[in-house]
Write a new protein. Structure first.
Length: 253
């Protein structure tokens, strides 16, 4: 599997992925309605990146949060934002979690599994470190949702890459079942990721979506030109603003 080099994108990761207060509040509300996400619950943010979820989960929902990532550069950015030290930051690999059994009540992950060689093994590790009543929460763009989005429409080379690494909703639920999770449920969530089409175009120019850093420069420039032409004619197209995503929850058996 081709890997994203996060040491190269850590500096502009947040800038290229706008995350509005409205979106933060929306996702926190979805998580907070889960009975297991009560104040003080121990949550592992697996693949936490720059802490975009770790910090509000700790400061707003009152969860006991540990943010774990395999990129030292991404963690360095997260620590810079954590002025009140509300999160424990850990450098480690998701496939070999450095915790004993039953260490957490919740494992949360956002856009992680498509970066991993063996998603099923990682989910089994999640099950191991969860308490018997624990849950795993997975936020992601399923392949059926992203296949016709802006990036894949204008940069068709990305489809081949993501077809190999990005799961469908059905496959994600299958992995959870095989990892011995039960009462699995998924819901589709519409997120307004960009406030304007220009904001999305600028994010693409910065290759903010990881898969754009994995295609050839020739393919990138060709797709960027097509996107710019489309934007010039359709600057107010809502297609440029919204993303469909999935939130899947599984309970440890």
């Amino acid at each position: 599997m081709i890997k994203t080099d996060y040491s190269k994108i850590a500096l502009y990761y947040d800038k290229g992925r706008p995350f509005s207060e409205k979106n933060i509040a929306m996702w926190l509300k979805l998580i907070a309605k889960l009975p297991e996400a009560s104040k003080g619950a121990r949550l592992l943010d697996l693949g936490c990146g720059t802490g975009r979820f770790s910090l509000p989960l700790a400061s707003r929902l009152g969860l006991d949060v540990t943010g774990l990532d395999s990129s030292a550069d991404m963690l360095a950015k997260a620590k810079q934002k954590d002025s009140n030290s509300v999160v424990i930051w850990v450098l480690a690999d998701a496939s070999a979690l450095p915790y004993p059994d039953s260490s957490f009540d919740i494992v949360f992950m956002s856009h992680l599994l498509h970066h991993i060689d063996s998603p099923l093994e990682v989910l089994k590790e999640c099950g191991r470190i969860l308490v018997p009543s624990g849950i795993v929460i997975i936020r992601y763009g399923a392949m059926e949702q992203i296949r016709n989005d802006v990036v894949h429409a204008f940069f068709p080379q990305t489809i081949e890459i993501d077809e190999q690494r990005t799961s469908t909703r059905q496959l994600t639920e299958k992995w959870l079942t095989e990892a011995c999770f039960v009462s699995i449920s998924s819901e589709e969530v519409a997120q307004q990721t960009y406030q304007t089409g220009l904001e999305h175009l600028d994010a693409v120019r910065a290759k903010s979506t990881s898969v754009l850093s994995m295609i050839s420069e020739e393919s990138f420039q060709t797709g960027l030109h097509c996107f710019e032409e489309y934007f010039a004619k359709n600057p107010d197209d809502e297609w440029l603003l919204f993303n469909k995503m999935t939130l899947t929850v599984g309970h440890k058996r």
